[in-house]
Design a protein around this ligand. Structure first.
Ligand code: CP3
Length: 343
């Protein structure tokens, strides 16, 4: 039995004693303890060594006091398992030297046996569950198919992912074939994460909002729907499609337990789009954690009030930035934990 299951109860729609809080990308570069490990091991060594992934996953639970741990890994381990080379170059981000551009390129991509290619993730999850010893739930995750296609086609990060979009607009049949392969891999991958012990899973569609509503609903949402459908009887699924506020209603209809929202939509408006039955997660501007601590405290309280005391998981509207002082991350978490609804 979990000692702190606030996140899971909130995702189930139950009224809890207080709002649960965690931060996207909480296991990472703003923590000196993470940097110390990064200085000794390469990125994929950190992902592929269960003891290292376990230590990094638990760091923010111990240091910042969040109500959930999120597995230390990356969304790009899936394209890697599907046969593409992925490099993570410091200060440059991910690079895929041989991206998918043509039908011939697609022959290099396969739907792998996840136990053979991603077994290290499931080993890490088992170890993390053991080390967490029921303190807080463990969140598993994967990238949404559209966001993974962005990297698999563009070959690197981009502000517009124009080449990925061009691929979808000029070779739609090929794009849908690739999206379906990613979807099939992701379903098997997330099911195995749950079987290994993940208590809930989040789908990151970081680049969903680069698409128009119509394109999001043909290129991204149908595949998210398939994944939620395959998982929802086994676990609680959170969808975070950054920027895709225009499809919150359609995302709520998938059967997901929670929807992540960013800071570009007001909580009340997100609620009116998503309806009353789903839990919302977010939506503090990550850059606002660079404000002085008293400003963070005031702004977090404003956010809590705007969402209300039920069906809300406090979080950032995107990942924490590397230059955020640990004390500021702690102020964010502590303000949520100490908030008195009678104030
Ligand atoms: O949330 C967590 O703390 C768990 C671990 C996690 C990482 N990446 C570790 C990581 C998670 C959930 C991710 C998801 C991820 N990875 C996303 C979706 C979420 C988002 O932020 O939009 C995306 C788009 C990626 C792809 C990726 N991985 C990029 C663009 C980069 C480089 C730039 C960056 O944001 O750091 C990575 C590398 C990466 N993944 C690091 C970490 C801790 C930094 C590596 C380092 O320098 O130590």
């Amino acid at each position: 039995m979990l000692k702190n299951d606030l996140l899971l109860r909130t995702l189930r729609g139950e009224q809890t004693e207080r709002t649960p809080v965690w931060m996207m990308r909480q296991a990472g570069r703003y923590l000196p303890e993470y940097i110390a490990i990064r200085n000794k091991y390469s990125f994929f060594e950190r992902c592929q060594t269960p003891e290292l992934a376990c230590e990094i996953t638990i760091q923010p639970v111990d240091i910042v006091g969040v109500d959930a741990a999120i597995l230390f890994s990356d969304i790009l381990v899936v394209p890697q398992a599907m046969g593409l080379e992925v490099q993570l170059i410091e200060s440059k981000g991910p690079v895929l030297p041989d991206p998918v551009k043509t039908a011939a390129d697609l022959n290099r991509v396969r739907v792998p046996d996840v136990n053979e290619t991603l077994g290290y993730v499931f080993d890490a999850i088992k170890l993390i569950k053991q080390e967490l010893n029921n303190r807080v739930p463990l969140i598993g995750f994967a990238g949404a198919p559209w966001t993974l296609l962005c990297y698999m086609v563009q070959g690197k990060g981009s502000k517009t992912f124009d080449e990925a979009k061009a691929f979808c607009y000029t070779q739609p049949a090929l794009a849908h074939q690739l999206l379906q392969m990613i979807t099939d891999t992701t379903i098997a991958y997330l099911k195995a994460q749950v079987a290994a012990g993940a208590d809930t899973v989040q789908l990151f569609d970081s680049w969903g909002g680069l698409l128009s509503k119509q394109d999001f609903e043909t290129i991204s949402l149908p595949y998210i729907k398939q994944i939620v459908n395959a998982l929802k009887d086994e676990t609680l699924v959170i969808i975070f499609a950054k920027g895709a506020w225009y499809s919150l209603q359609e995302m709520a209809a998938t059967g997901a337990a929670g929807l992540g929202i960013d800071w570009c939509i007001e909580p009340q408006m997100a609620r009116s789009f998503a309806g009353d039955n789903i839990t919302l997660q977010g939506n503090f501007d990550p850059a606002k954690l660079l404000s002085p601590v008293p400003v963070i405290e005031t702004e977090v309280k404003k956010m809590l009030k705007a969402f209300g005391n039920t069906k809300h998981v406090a979080n950032l509207g995107h990942g924490i930035l590397p230059n955020v002082p640990v004390a500021h991350a702690k102020a964010f978490v502590d303000t949520v934990k100490n908030y008195d609804w009678n104030d």
